[in-house]
Design a protein around this ligand. Structure first.
Ligand code: ADP
Ligand code: MG
Length: 392
């Protein structure tokens, strides 16, 4: 299992304002994994920048702990913290923070000075990064001769120059028009996807919440909600609930998904709960859902389903214990019969609403809706022929 690169444990931050104390962070706990792109999303004044400055080693916490690759930051002395900030963190600010009197390439090269790298190497590395962000031909311009979007690209190159583990970006698009902003968001996305950098980005623009792996909503010094972008591979270890299929997301993304396929995902989620399948990998869960779908589609019988569930994963199966495979196949059989009986209403009532789990067993509850109109589920050929000229 991957270890988090950053761990925050019950972080609080108070500012003593003389007469009063401002409680700016009120207990923030989060783990951020190597290669992850996370977003701190929230209104102005909610504490996002304070949190980021704490992660960067620029501010102390009032209470709580911050670990970086397992090292407690509070145990480092002043020089060690400075070194951490310089070498492991790359910072991008809303207002670019470039030095106006230095050329673009000198701005990018600057952070390497503290690391004692000779000038020729500093410039070589800075040029390579300018090449990467598409600005090599502006190397000898002054920052003010560039557009806002270009200046922010320079700032991104500068953030990368010491090859940091983590890029922190505090509202990096806040001073840009929307086109330049999208451009910077794409660049940051590439740094994460291709460069495998861990990214923590602050924004209050809701258009951006699909970029990262996870979004932490920050409100009044607390994380009030976390959103997981299930379209992306997740680095973070999820709780058992979150490893199941997100049916709302799945069904709204694929509105035309065939009924049997929907039911197979729903059933897989139910089995996951009932049989405590949290040890199953995502790949196995997918295969379980597909096998159930084959059964619902009459491509497999109950025995064949049990067989594929039992078969090792490497041989195309799900790799469940034999008895468990049999139990799941049997329950799927019962559900299938019920689906057929209630075909007319299956679309109206989601499966989950008439299944509940008591002591680890699936319990069927009566559908809340009125009994099914038999006529609805009969095939057209079963219906009595329409009498064209009923006898008077
Ligand atoms: P955000 O980045 O979400 O807009 P900040 O972290 O910058 O929020 O600020 C959160 C709150 O903390 C604000 O109310 C701000 O006024 C207060 N604050 C930030 N820094 C200080 C400070 N050095 N002294 C006192 N209050 C501060
Ligand atoms: Mg801020």
């Amino acid at each position: 299992m991957t270890k988090p690169v950053i761990q925050l444990k019950s972080i609080t931050k108070d500012y003593d304002l003389g007469k009063t104390i401002a409680h700016v962070l009120k207990g923030i706990t989060m783990d951020i994994y190597p290669g992850e792109y996370v977003m701190l999303f929230g209104a102005s004044g909610s504490g996002k920048s304070t949190l980021m400055n704490i992660i960067a080693g620029l501010e102390n916490v009032s209470s709580g702990k911050i670990y970086v690759r397992g090292t407690d930051l509070s145990k480092l002395n002043h020089d060690e913290v400075a070194q951490y900030h310089r070498q492991k963190i790359g910072f991008v600010f809303q207002s670019f923070n470039l030095i106006r009197s230095l050329s673009v390439v000198d701005n990018v090269a600057l952070p390497q000075m503290a690391a004692g790298i000779p000038k020729a190497r500093r410039i070589k590395r800075a040029m390579a990064l300018l090449e990467e962000v598409g600005l090599a031909r502006f190397a000898h311009y002054l920052p003010t001769e560039l557009s806002g979007g270009q200046q922010q690209r320079v700032a991104v190159a500068r953030a990368l120059v010491n090859n940091p583990w983590i890029i922190l970006a505090d509202e990096p698009t806040g001073n840009l028009d929307s086109e330049a902003a999208n451009d910077i968001m794409d660049l940051i996305k590439q740094l994460n996807e291709r460069g495998k950098r861990t990214i923590i980005l602050i924004t209050h623009n809701p258009d951006y919440i699909f970029f990262p792996h996870r979004v932490f909503y920050v409100k009044d010094g607390l994380v009030t909600k976390t959103i997981v972008n299930r379209a992306k591979y997740q680095y973070a270890e999820m709780g058992p609930q979150q490893k199941t299929f997100d049916l709302d997301a799945l069904f709204s993304k694929h509105p035309d998904m065939p009924l049997r396929e929907r039911q197979s995902y729903e059933l897989t989620n139910v089995f996951y709960e009932v049989f405590k399948l949290d040890a199953l990998s995502r790949g196995r869960l997918e295969r379980l859902a597909h096998s159930i779908q084959d059964f619902l589609d009459d491509k497999k019988n109950e025995l064949e389903l049990a067989d594929i569930l039992d078969k090792p994963f490497k041989d195309g199966g799900v790799g469940l214990r034999k008895q468990l495979a049999k139990d799941i196949a049997k329950k799927t059989m019962f559900k299938k019969q019920e689906f057929i009986r209630t075909a007319g209403q299956a679309i109206k009532t989601p499966l989950s609403s008439n299944i509940s789990i008591v002591d680890g067993e699936i319990v069927e509850t009566k559908p809340a809706s009125p009994a099914i109109d038999e006529e609805l589920i009969k095939k057209p050929e079963d219906l009595p022929p329409i009498q064209e000229n009923p006898k008077q």
